[in-house]
Design a protein around this ligand. Structure first.
Ligand SMILES: C[S@@+](CC[C@H](N)C(=O)[O-])C[C@H]1O[C@@H](n2cnc3c(N)ncnc32)[C@H](O)[C@@H]1O
Length: 405
């Protein structure tokens, strides 16, 4: 990995521009589940912890005080030590007053798969396009529908976290965003921090051409050796559990390429769906989620990788490592305006991603044919809109600091 490469000459995507940052809706830290560790306490990692099912009575542990409370969708887990789902209080409660059919309204924008305008020859399959640099390393498409989904996902993350970065950074000079996707995080970070130099790297050249002058993009594989001429003050990566196989290696590369006192932050889904009661059990949605985790693990990656970031950062030498967990509802089932909005956005996110996420993985890793995948997708789409299924994801931010000496 190097910063010697020229920026890739890619034109802007249709409708692409520098997006305004979605402002935080609630507080930006209250009720967050925090854990701080010094390097001295870091131990070797074990296997991915098996999450407990989230079968709790909504009216007990998960109820919120104020139905329209717009605080961030986080729970506190002061007593938790281990897998993120254990003893995790979500702050979500079922909306018992919701008396409609139980099926959430969906107004999907009609989008069509469009050909790439890149100088790169993207691989085409299933009516989608896929990256060609280090071809096959990443299973999700890179076409316009996927890019639109990534931008929606960015808005969700911004609303959920309340800000772009949770690490206590202060105008970092050199910033890198690994697996930057459409570059939306990097562009917004560069806009908010005009004194920072922000570099976004990715396997796919899907970033816009017109960006702030302090923001640049390169095509690069974050798992390759890093060869940079200057160290970074802040290393950021988001939603890379489907991208990186070897997170410890990436953390070591980051450590070696950071200034003393610099911060690293990785934000990711814990991909195993959680539920506040039994309503997920036996659904096509649960089956799809289990199959997805299986398929991802067969690629040598892990949808549960985020659960180990903390210990892996400590092993790499970082200190003051903090793990924060946020509950993201899967549709508009919970009480409260903010939760309903987040849930609706997340439902759209999964709907829009269902085909791209499932088709490559299920056919290549699980041996399914396309028809079988389409049939499951149709069932999952129905479940996704069903507000009687009280499911949510845990989304995590883990950050730490390189020691001063
Ligand atoms: C789920 S997207 C996340 C994009 C972006 N971080 C965000 O949050 O909007 C994952 C991105 O990582 C990229 N990617 C996957 N594996 C990678 C690797 N080994 N090195 C660099 N980028 C990678 C993919 O091309 C894709 O754009």
């Amino acid at each position: 990995m190097t910063d010697q490469k020229a920026p890739h000459p890619i034109g802007p995507r249709e409708g692409e521009g520098v997006s305004a940052a979605a402002g935080p809706e609630g507080d930006d830290g209250g009720g967050v589940a925090d854990r701080v560790d010094t390097g001295a306490t870091g131990g070797p990692g074990g296997p991915d912890p098996e999450p407990e099912r989230g079968h709790h009575k909504p009216d007990e542990k998960y109820d919120v005080e104020d139905e329209d409370d717009n605080d961030s969708a986080v729970g506190s887990d002061k007593d938790s030590v281990g897998a993120p789902p254990s003893a995790f209080s979500t702050g979500l409660s079922v909306d018992e007053q919701d008396d409609d059919s139980g099926v959430a309204d969906v107004h999907r924008p009609s989008s069509s798969v469009s050909a790439t305008s890149s100088i790169y020859e993207f691989r085409e399959e299933f009516g989608r396009t896929y990256h060609s640099y280090h071809e096959g390393a990443y299973f999700f498409p890179n076409d316009i529908p996927e890019q639109e989904r990534l931008d929606l996902q960015h808005s969700i993350a911004h609303r959920l976290f309340g800000k772009l970065a949770l690490a206590p950074i202060d105008r970092p000079k050199r910033v890198i965003d690994l697996g930057t996707g459409t570059g939306i995080w990097a562009i917004e970070f560069a806009t908010e921090n005009p004194t920072s130099e922000v570099l976004g790297t990715d396997l796919s050249p899907i970033q816009p051409e017109y960006v702030p002058p302090n923001c640049h993009f390169e095509i690069d594989d974050g798992e390759d050796e890093w060869v940079f001429s200057h160290p970074f003050d802040y290393v950021h990566a988001r939603f890379m559990c489907g991208g990186f196989r070897d997170f410890p290696r990436v953390f070591r590369s980051a450590f070696e390429n950071m200034v003393p006192g610099g911060w690293i932050e990785f934000q990711d889904y814990y991909v195993k769906m959680q539920c506040v009661d039994d309503s997920l059990r036996g659904t096509a949605l649960e089956r799809w989620n289990d199959l997805l985790l299986d398929a991802v693990s067969r690629t040598g990656k892990s949808g549960l990788a985020a659960a180990r970031f903390r210990e892996q950062m400590l092993d790499a030498g970082f200190v003051d490592v903090v793990e924060k967990k946020f509950a993201l509802p899967g549709n508009a089932w919970p009480k409260g305006r903010k939760q309903k909005m987040l849930g609706t956005m997340q439902m759209m996110n999964i709907m829009d991603g269902l085909h791209g996420i499932s088709m490559g993985l299920f056919t290549k890793m699980l041996g399914w044919n396309e028809q079988e995948v389409e049939e499951l997708i149709a069932q999952v789409s129905r479940d996704l809109r069903d507000k009687r299924i009280h499911f949510y994801y845990i989304v995590m931010s883990v950050y730490g600091r390189k020691p001063l000496a």
